[in-house]
Design a protein around this ligand. Structure first.
Ligand code: ADP
Length: 408
């Protein structure tokens, strides 16, 4: 690209020199020995040769003509040096102040030459001495680079733009892919979550139709109990999904009150007692915080603790042991829930608070869920201006820490 530009610029300067030269040559045809000599400062040992450009024009006039040619070709700001010199050793020469210096360095500066030959048929043809117009453009390479700099900057900006557009598109594409994966995961989970209770209900209803069962009151109660339980379970699932959709659409409306956090934690623990017992797990509670007053929404805050305990039970191994403790720490009320369950790897840990995210656990465990629990927890903690942190080691267990602000 650079050499192309150099060639282009050389061609343009050749045209400029030619234009200036032709302009001078035009006058050469009209030169007569009777013209007044302008360049008295030019040495002319032989008394001056008539009919030459140097004879006819002053240095300033030659300069103006060349300058005009530069301007006419849009090169107003290009510096140049010039000389009009005879082709033979004898004769007058006109040159600009730094012409000699610049014409020496042909590596940095570019020289353009145009022969000033009298037009055929003119008065001076064959009589006038042949002269050359020499134009030197100093620092030629730099000028070309400067002219190219805008192109280069433009090209760089354009490349950046293309890359940016490419990355944005790629990101959008990946996001789209992730969304569609999440969607199909969600549908799979939901199908599973609803199919199981529906099947159980259907079986229980079939059993209830049985004559023997109808007559046996305890059996009837047992089956209706199952239907009620499964119904409750399905209701809970629907609630979870609706809640997530609601949280998405509107700001969380918190009903803030000053509450004793230990009371709320107590309620959550009560809710979880049964599932923990079912797994023959242990729950160790250390309510160490001396000040447990927090400003919170009773329902949402209890749900948060509930969700964390629920996960600790869901993602457990044998010998489930959960530790729940509270502390006061720098005007913060801290709740720590530790389990000795399956734990998570780094990738999972970094994404658990994303909506719909569930670890792809393969054969490791078969716990179903919507991946909404922790995203809800995070939203609620954020809405309370609190902070949640999760630590985990795969195979060893996880630890969730919530810090809630407290009044001084
Ligand atoms: P769900 O439990 O419905 O999948 P959550 O948002 O509650 O949704 O949890 C997201 C993911 O985080 C879970 O799929 C699980 O892989 C991981 N996870 C959450 N809590 C724990 C925990 N206590 N131990 C191990 N993994 C957990």
């Amino acid at each position: 690209m650079h050499t192309d530009k150099v060639h282009q610029f050389e061609e343009l300067l050749t045209i400029v020199t030619t234009t200036a030269g032709m302009e001078l040559v035009e006058h050469k045809g009209n030169l007569s020995p009777f013209d007044n000599k302008k360049n008295n400062d030019v040495l002319s040992p032989l008394g001056g040769s008539p009919l030459t450009i140097t004879h006819k024009f002053s240095r300033q006039e030659i300069y103006s003509k060349i300058k005009n040619a530069f301007e006419a070709h849009g090169l107003k700001h290009i510096p140049f040096e010039f000389a009009v010199a005879p082709t033979s050793m004898i004769g007058e020469q006109v040159q600009s102040a730094n012409f000699f210096t610049f014409s020496q360095d042909t590596a940095e500066n570019k020289t353009f030459v145009y022969p000033l030959i009298s037009p055929s048929g003119s008065m001076s043809e064959g009589v006038s001495q042949e002269e050359l117009l020499v134009v030197v453009v100093p620092d030629f390479k730099n000028i070309v680079w400067k002219q190219m700099s805008w192109m280069v900057i433009g090209a760089i900006l354009f490349t950046i733009l293309i890359f940016a557009a490419f990355f944005i598109t790629l990101k959008a594409l990946l996001k789209q892919k992730k969304l569609s994966e999440i969607k199909s995961d969600f549908i799979n989970n939901m199908t599973h979550e609803f199919k199981t209770p529906l099947a159980t209900i259907s079986l229980a209803v079939d059993a209830l139709k049985n004559e023997k069962v109808i007559q046996d009151r305890t059996k009837t109660e047992y089956f209706t109990g199952i239907i009620k339980e499964e119904n409750k379970r399905m209701n809970k699932q629907v609630e979870t999904i609706l809640q997530a959709a609601l949280l998405d659409r509107q700001q969380i409306q918190l009903n803030l009150e000053t509450l004793h956090a230990h009371d709320l934690i107590g309620t959550a623990i009560n809710n979880m007692k049964l599932p923990i017992e079912e797994k023959q797990g242990k729950l160790e509670i250390n309510l160490n915080a001396a000040n447990d007053l927090i400003v919170a929404d009773e329902v949402h805050f209890t749900n948060v603790v509930n969700n964390l305990l629920d996960n600790a039970v869901k993602y457990s191994k044998d010998n489930l042991a959960i530790k729940l403790s509270t502390h006061n720490n720098n005007n913060q009320f801290r709740i720590k829930i530790e389990d000795n369950g399956l734990g998570m790897n780094k990738e999972t840990l970094s994404r658990i608070f994303e909506k719909f995210y569930r670890a792809h656990t393969g054969n490791l465990h078969n716990v179903k869920g919507f991946g909404l629990g922790l995203s809800y927890v995070k939203k609620i903690v954020d809405a309370h201006h609190g902070r949640i942190k999760a630590e985990s080691t795969l195979g060893k267990g996880s630890c969730f820490i919530i810090d809630m602000p407290q009044k001084k």
